[in-house]
Design a protein around this ligand. Sequence first.
Ligand SMILES: C[S@@+](CC[C@H](N)C(=O)[O-])C[C@H]1O[C@@H](n2cnc3c(N)ncnc32)[C@H](O)[C@@H]1O
Length: 438
Amino acid sequence: MLGFHEDAILLSGPAGTGLKTRILGKYYEFWWKITSGGESKRNEFPTAIVDMNAGSGELYIKELGRTLLGSAGHAMQLKFDLGYPTDALKLAFVEEDPQCFSHLQNVIRKRWPSLRLDQATGPIDRNTSGVYLFSLPLEDAVETVGLLNLGNSIYFFDPLLHVEMETIERVARSLIKYFFQRGTEFIIFVFTSDWFTGREYAWRKSLAPRPATSPRETWTGSEAETVASANSLFGDEDWQENVLNGASRNERQDAFIDEYRRRLMKWFRWVLPLPFIPKRGQLYHLVFCSNFEDGVKVTRDFYCLYTGNPRFNPDNQTAYEKFVARFPETTRGLWGFQRPIQWKILWHIIRYCEGGICDYGCKGIKEKGTREGVKAAMRWLSNEGYLRQLEGVPSAWASIPRYQLDWDKVRETLALLPPSKLKPITPEHFQRKQRRRS
Ligand SMILES: C[S@@+](CC[C@H](N)C(=O)[O-])C[C@H]1O[C@@H](n2cnc3c(N)ncnc32)[C@H](O)[C@@H]1O
C-alpha cells in the first residue's frame, strides 16, 4: 500500500529500494565529480540533476523500520552535505502529486533549513538558491526545466506506473540536438515484472498479467488496456511480437526490457538496464542511458560492486599477444609499448563500449588517432570481422553508421569472454550483506 510515514513515502522491499537509492546516490556523486570539471577546474562547470518524479525526498522501508533518503534527498545531500564546492550544481525537482510535493517541502525544511524555499518554489529568474521545485506534471515541466540553462544534466524518471515514450522523446529531442551529443543522461525506472503480474496497489487499477500469446481477439478488457499502456511505454506496437508469445515469463521479461533498451538507443549510444529484485517474484530495472562511455562503465562497475556480480576485467596482455600473433603486420614500425591503432580501438570497444556498440564519434575511439586513421582502423576491424553494422535499433541520425562488436569473433581469436549478464540481487543476498556490515 502506498502512503506516507511522516514525510517519507511508504515502501516495502528493503533489497530493491535500499540498493536503488544507494546506487543512485553514488552515481550522482561520481557523475558530478567528472562532469563538473573535477578538482582541477574547481568543479565550476554547470551541472544539473533533474528529478522528474521527485517524490518527497524520503522513503520509509517497512521491513527495516527505517527512513532512507529518496532520489531527491540524495541529490540534496550531494549539493549541501558532502562538503564539495557545488555552487554550479543545480537541482530541479518535479513532482506532480500535491501531497508528495508538500511532503518534499517539509523534508527540505527539516533537513536543509537554510535553503530558501520561497525562492526554490518561486519564479526562476529570481531564484538564486540553485534548487528549483516544480509542482507540475512531468509533461508540463519539460519546457520550464529547459529554460534553466543547465549544462551537463541527469534526468531521472521514476514514475509510479510508466513514462510514455513520447515524453522521453520530447525531452531527448530538446536536449540532444546533434549526433549523440554528450551532456545529457537519463535514468529511467521500469517496474518490469509489473507488466506481467499486475500491480498490488489497491488505490490504482491493477495492471492485468500480460497475455502469453498474441491473438487480440482472446484478450480480456484489462489485458487490452495493459497492452495499450505498454504501447505508450514503447511508443509503438512492434514490441508485441517478441514479448507476447509462449516463452517463459523470465524470457519474456528479458525480451521486454531489451525492446525498451533498443528504443532508447535512438538517442543514446549506450543503454544499460540494471536489474533489481525488491521481493521474490518481482523485478525492476534502472535503465541508464548515456552518450559518455566512462559513465556507463562506472555504472556497471558500481552495480557489480554492490550486488556481487563479477566485474568485467578482461586480460589485456594475453589478448594482445593473440592479436599480434594473428596480425603481425599491424605492429610494423612500432616499438616498446606502442600499440597498433586497430588494437587500441578494438580494446577500447571491448573494455568500455557497453554491449560492444560504438561509432566514430565515441570519445575514446576518436582520440586514438587522426580522423582518417580512426576511420581506416574501423574499416579494418569490419573487414576482419570484429565489427558489423548495428541493425535493429532506431537512430535519430540514421545516416551515421553505428557498429556492433562481434563477440563470437573476439572469443574465437582472442580468447576473451563477453561481460556476463547482470544478475539481479536477491533479497537473501542483500540481507546477508547487511548482516555482515552490521
Ligand atoms: C516511486 S515515487 C518517486 C520516488 C522518488 N523518485 C524517490 O526515489 O524517492 C513515484 C511517484 O509516485 C507518486 N507517489 C508516490 N507515493 C505517493 C503517495 N503516497 N501518494 C501519492 N502519490 C505518490 C509521486 O507522484 C511520485 O513522484
